[in-house]
Design a protein around this ligand. Structure first.
Ligand code: AP5
Ligand code: MG
Length: 216
C-alpha cells in the first residue's frame, strides 16, 4: 500500500507534503574502509547530489588547525567517535551552507542513533526525509588489508595502526550498525556486496538506488 507521502509524491510530480520538490537524500553506510568515499565520488556525478563526509570535514578542520579540528583529532587518532553534539553541529552547518541542491549523499553520518534522529528532524523541518540507506558489506580482514595498504599513502593516522583500525571496526559494530535498523523500520534500507572491483560495486549500488528512486 502507498504511504501518504508516496501518494502525494506520485500525484504532485514528486512534491513533498509541504509543496517543495522532494530531494534525493542517500546514506552511504558501512564499516570503515568499505568504500563509501570511493563510491560517493562516482554517485555524485550520476545523481547530481552533494557529497557530505563528516570524516572529510573533520580532516579539513584538522588541516586548518581549528579548535574543532584539534578536538576531533584526539578522538579520531584512537578510532573513537567524535561526540555527537560537535558532529551534528558541523553537519548542520554544512547542510545550511548548501540549500540549493538536488539532495545529499551522507557518508560516515549518521553513526549513532542521536545523530540519525537529529538528521531526521533537520530534514523534516524542510519537508524532506532520507530516501534510502545502502550498506556496503565488506568482511573485516578485507577492510584491515585495504586500510593498511592505504596507510602507505594517505597520511591518515587512523589507518597506520592495525589496533586503531580494529577499534574502528568494533565501534562500528557496537554503536553504528544499529543506525541501519533505525531506517529499516521505515523500509528504506538495502545491503549490497562491497567486495569486487570499484565498477562492480558501483553497478550494484546504482541498481539498488535506481529501484529505490522509482519507489519514492
Ligand atoms: P571516516 O572518514 O568516515 O572514516 P571511516 O568510516 O572509518 O571510513 P573510511 O573513510 O576510512 O573508508 P570508506 O568507507 O570511505 O572507504 P574508502 O572509499 O575510503 O571517519 C574517520 C573518523 O572521523 C572516525 O573514526 C571518527 O573518529 C570521526 N568521525 C567521522 N564521522 C563521524 C561521525 N558521524 N560521528 C562521530 N565521529 C565521526 O576506501 C578505503 C580504501 O579501500 C581506499 O584505499 C580505497 O581505494 C580502497 N577501496 C575502495 N573500494 C575498493 C574496492 N572495491 N576494492 C578494493 N579496494 C577498494
Ligand atoms: Mg571515507
Amino acid at each position: 500500500m502507498l504511504s501518504l507521502e508516496s501518494f502525494f509524491s506520485k500525484f504532485f510530480k514528486k512534491k513533498n507534503l509541504t509543496g517543495q520538490t522532494a530531494m534525493i537524500n542517500l546514506i552511504l553506510f558501512g564499516p570503515p574502509g568499505s568504500g563509501k568515499g570511493t563510491q560517493a565520488a562516482q554517485l555524485v556525478e550520476k545523481y547530481n547530489l552533494l557529497h557530505i563526509s563528516t570524516g572529510d570535514l573533520f580532516r579539513s578542520e584538522i588541516g586548518n588547525k581549528t579548535a574543532l579540528g584539534i578536538e576531533a583529532k584526539s578522538y579520531m587518532d584512537k578510532g573513537a567517535l567524535v561526540p555527537d553534539e560537535v558532529t551534528i553541529n558541523m553537519l548542520k552547518k554544512k547542510v545550511k551552507e548548501n540549500p540549493d541542491v538536488k539532495g545529499y549523499i551522507f557518508d560516515g553520518f549518521p553513526r549513532t542513533i542521536p545523530q540519525a534522529e537529529a538528521l531526521d528532524t533537520m530534514l523534516m523541518a524542510d519537508g524532506q526525509a532520507i530516501t534510502s540507506l545502502v550498506t556496503l558489506n565488506v568482511d573485516d580482514e578485507e577492510i584491515v588489508a585495504r586500510l593498511l595498504n592505504r596507510a602507505k599513502t594517505s597520511g591518515r593516522s587512523d589507518d597506520a595502526n592495525e589496533g586503531v583500525i580494529r577499534n574502528r571496526l568494533s565501534v562500528y559494530k557496537e554503536t553504528t550498525a544499529v543506525v541501519a535498523r533505525h531506517y529499516d523500520k521505515k523500509d528504506k534500507t538495502h545491503t549490497i556486496n562491497g567486495v569486487g572491483t570499484i565498477d562492480e560495486v558501483f553497478g550494484r549500488l546504482t541498481e539498488v538506488i535506481d529501484r529505490a528512486l522509482v519507489a519514492v
